[in-house]
Design a binder for this molecule. Structure first.
Ligand SMILES: [Zn+2]
Ligand SMILES: [Zn+2]
Length: 327
């Protein structure tokens, strides 16, 4: 290939790589090569998320460097030397979907650490420059690393009008459930988080949110909106028992494999089902900058990238919220 930079071939990075059904820390992986529209970002902090754990179980059939929640320092381009976070969908910006303003749904997209694009559990990541957002100086790395999941939580109010008197139930007291509950509680006065883990619910209690155990007697079919953040096959059936007729169920987590469900209640009760994925980074950064969402209490543990496998194991343990990787 003409004009290929050979020095980059010599550069080696550490990376957590998913191959077949095996995860390894590669200590001497070739540095990613940035395409013309991409820049290299030196990752300083990354977060392990439920999606990473699902990918390891076979979701999406992904192979490559894991990780999509990160903060780092851009090595070149407009943001050279500045701290940045990056949106995870790499769109073509050319197709009808992109031109209609929905680049996160681009049929030609790749997704960092999820679909045909190496991710952020590495010393360096290559990412389209237009995906980057500068991180305000007042947001430390430990907080900025939450931008992507907080943005995902803000996607719910971006997709549907939420009123102050909407009765909302968030199913799931884990990483994303916590963030969705905090974001929704900034709009509605009636948010209930339903979970399985007393210590995770206690954390939410401490943040001023109302909580209940899933084994508690919950009022059936009363909620205007039920948000499924369980990451579990049981989430949607449970949501269906809690949502009121003509209410809305928001599916926030992805589950590997195929689920079966009796769909008739959706017809009979005219329940709306809303899938919800990636959200607005600008709103997330604003919320983190102004302390509107409290993410620091979610940090359960941290590991160096070299001990990345321990980080992944730790993130799978019961009661553990966010596990961070320090590069
Ligand atoms: Zn994630
Ligand atoms: Zn496109």
């Amino acid at each position: 290939m003409v004009g290929k930079v050979t020095s980059r071939e010599d550069k080696r990075v550490r990376a957590i790589v998913l191959e077949e059904d095996d995860v390894q820390v590669d200590q001497v992986r070739p540095a990613p090569a940035a395409r013309p529209d991409e820049v290299l970002v030196r990752v300083t902090r990354a977060g392990v998320c439920e999606t990473d754990l699902q990918l390891i179980k076979g979701y999406m059939g992904f192979r490559g460097v894991l990780g999509h929640e990160f903060v780092g320092v851009a090595e070149s381009g407009t943001y050279a030397g500045q701290r940045v976070v990056g949106e995870i969908n790499c769109a073509c910006w050319n197709c009808d979907t992109c031109r209609s303003g929905f680049p996160t749904h681009c049929p030609n997209r790749t997704v960092l650490g999820i679909l045909n694009h190496d991710g952020a559990f590495a010393d360096l990541i290559a990412i389209p420059e237009r995906n980057l957002h500068r991180v305000p100086d007042s947001i430390p790395d430990d907080i900025a690393v939450f931008t992507e999941p907080v943005a995902a939580a803000f996607q719910i109010p971006a997709q549907m009008k939420i009123e102050a008197d909407d009765r909302i139930i968030v199913l799931g007291d884990g990483r994303l459930g916590n963030l969705c509950a905090q974001v929704l509680a900034s709009i509605s006065d009636d948010v209930l988080v339903v979970g399985k883990h007393r210590e995770k619910l206690a954390l939410l209690d401490g943040m001023g949110l109302r909580t209940a155990l899933v084994s508690d007697d919950l009022p059936p079919r009363e909620a205007d909106i039920v948000v499924d953040c369980t990451g579990s096959e049981s989430g949607l059936p449970t949501a269906l028992t809690l949502v009121r007729p003509r209410g809305t169920i928001v599916l926030k987590t992805t589950v590997a494999g195929t689920q079966t469900l009796a769909w008739a209640p959706f017809v009979i009760d005219e329940v709306t089902l809303v899938g919800s994925r990636c959200g607005p980074f600008d709103q997330a950064l604003h919320a983190l900058e102004h302390g509107l969402v409290d993410v620091e209490p979610l940090i359960a543990d941290r590991f160096s990238l070299s001990n990345g496998l321990m980080a992944l194991q730790r993130a799978q343990q019961k009661g553990v919220l966010k596990v961070l990787l320090d590069m």
